[in-house]
Ligand binder design. Structure first.
Ligand code: LFR
Length: 518
């Protein structure tokens, strides 16, 4: 049988990668062609993505992919984080460097938006959870700026990369849903929302769906990368979380998933949105998925909290001349940090630390912004009358216990609000490497956890391309069963005293304010 090769471009908040997937019926293997750091830069007070450097990383990755194999690639797919965008002039020029969703420019936007449209009406129309950085808030904050005034077109980040590669503009649906400008029932633009907020929907090029053709590589890209034949780009679930959920190796329908990385996205796959007031109050989102599905989930801070702690300890270590209190050097693995902290040693020490000594609300937007993470965690412990962690190991344990607790809460809430039963929890993404987090999640949920694959987003990206090219057939269950039979997975059984998690949750009780309502 014929083997096909697909390049998955997967850009995450801490690194980008180009991964080649080799696909034949019953076979699926991944090779990482190139990985590069994603480092945002603050300029004159605004936090920006280094979009040109990311694009160069994509070109280098495609070149590495072309060199890796004498066999031609069948197509390329692109997925990245959500909500952010570039503005283009009529001639296609990028008018401003895209702003990072962690930039605080949207701080006052929710209040402004609420004056035009109540949070209830906005949720009923879009089903999207309140996150201060949703594209609607970014656009409302940008109103009156020269770049937006001059803009002819808006491209979400994966669509921008795709446009630069092919010259063909489009708006991929799964990611478009994170703008908070899509109606999840019609899976089309929520025109009344845009009108109420003064957002010009004609800025967005027409919608594309995962599996649609999205153009072919421009000659300049072929020259730059050494790729020879005309090569198509295929739209995939261009929101990384959409691709990661395709990459969940579930074999039964009663599963919950946690897509881990910088964020933990925990919830269920549904076939219709839940737009109830209870769902809004619990701040659940209805992002659109591949094949008509809905990603019913809540955003939890994720490994960002640990990455930021490690960054703070390393800065402190550099200042005091020590190598950090965990000592030694080594790989920091999936935290994405490249400093001197030995993450393995830190996680071992955290595993030995007192369980559930203190927990914080890992859904609290107070943890979104960069800097001072250990201090913010200490403050949260103090505010809730819990002991303040004294060492990096204790802080790490606090973060992982808190993430596990938030995973459990999100899965319980999602099941209750959608009337579904959960029997298995799948963890995919970078957090799969964090065995302590996986075990704590199994313990907190009181359910078996199946961990893997770590590169779920790239796999979901490859699978959607492979199906569009006719290399494989079937719906999500068939794609997932291919993952189940080809990818290494690890199962964690729940251990320990389950009631300890109930008591820890109770300590947070009142602190876990209902985000949507505030
Ligand atoms: C994960 C992710 C989340 C989104 C956040 C910001 O990488 O895409 O789904 O809420 O990043 O875009």
């Amino acid at each position: 049988t014929k083997e096909h090769r697909f390049a998955a471009v997967d850009l995450g908040a801490s690194s980008g990668r180009v991964i080649v997937g080799e696909v034949a019926p019953e076979r699926l293997t991944l090779h990482e062609a190139h990985r590069f750091p994603n480092q945002p830069t603050r300029v004159l007070g605004t936090l920006h993505w280094n979009i040109m450097s990311l694009y160069q990383g994509v070109l280098n990755g495609l070149k590495a992919a072309a060199n890796r194999t004498p066999h031609p690639l069948t197509s390329i797919g692109i997925d990245t984080w959500a909500v952010d965008y570039g503005l283009l002039a009529a001639d296609g020029t990028l008018l401003a460097n895209p702003v990072h969703y962690r930039d605080p420019r949207t701080t006052n936007a929710p209040e402004k938006v609420a004056k035009a449209l109540s949070p209830q009406a906005l949720y009923a129309a879009t089903g999207i959870q309140h996150l201060p950085f949703n594209t609607v808030y970014q656009l409302v904050s940008a109103q009156g700026t020269p770049a937006l005034a001059a803009a002819h077109r808006l491209l979400l980040i994966p669509d921008l990369i795709s446009y630069w590669l092919t010259g063909e503009p489009g708006t991929e649906l799964t990611n478009a849903s994170t703008t908070q400008l899509i109606d999840p029932r019609t899976r089309d633009w929520a025109t009344p929302v845009a009108q109420a907020l003064g957002i010009d929907l004609t800025l967005f090029p027409p919608l594309r769906h995962p599996g649609d053709a999205a153009g072919t590589l421009r000659q300049e890209v072929l020259t730059e990368t050494g790729l020879t034949t005309p090569l198509p780009v295929t739209a995939v679930g261009s929101h990384d979380t959409a691709s990661a959920v395709v990459g969940v190796p579930a074999t039964t329908p009663d599963f919950a998933y946690i897509a881990t990385g910088t964020w933990s996205l925990a919830g269920l796959e549904l076939d219709a949105p839940v737009l109830t007031e209870a769902s809004r109050a619990a701040n659940f989102t209805n992002e659109l998925g591949v094949d008509g599905t809905v990603r019913y989930l809540r955003n939890i801070m994720g490994l960002w909290m640990l990455q930021e702690c490690v960054r703070a300890w390393e800065t402190e270590g550099a200042r005091t001349g020590s190598t950090g209190s965990t000592g030694g050097t080594g790989s920091t693995g999936s935290t994405g940090s490249t400093g001197s902290t030995n993450l393995t040693a830190l996680l071992q020490a955290a595993a030995q630390a007192t369980p559930l000594r203190s927990v914080v609300d890992a859904g609290d937007p107070a943890f979104i912004a960069p800097h001072h993470m250990p201090d913010r965690i200490a403050d949260a412990c103090r505010r809730t009358g819990q002991p303040v962690p004294r060492t990096p190991a204790e802080t790490t344990r606090c973060v992982l216990d808190s993430l596990a607790l938030a995973h459990r809460r999100a899965i319980d809430d999602a099941a209750r609000l959608s009337g579904r039963t959960v029997r298995t929890v799948h963890i995919v993404g970078g957090g799969v490497h964090n065995t302590l987090l996986c075990q704590l999640t199994a313990d907190a949920c009181g359910l078996p956890v199946i961990a893997g694959p770590a590169e779920a987003a790239a796999l979901g990206n490859v699978l959607v391309q492979a199906r569009a090219a006719g290399a494989i057939t079937g719906g999500l269950p068939e794609l997932r069963s291919l993952l189940h039979s080809t990818q290494p997975l690890r199962q964690y059984e729940p251990t320990g005293d389950h009631s300890a998690w109930d008591r820890a949750a109770a300590r947070l009780g009142a602190a876990q304010v209902t985000r949507a309502a505030t």
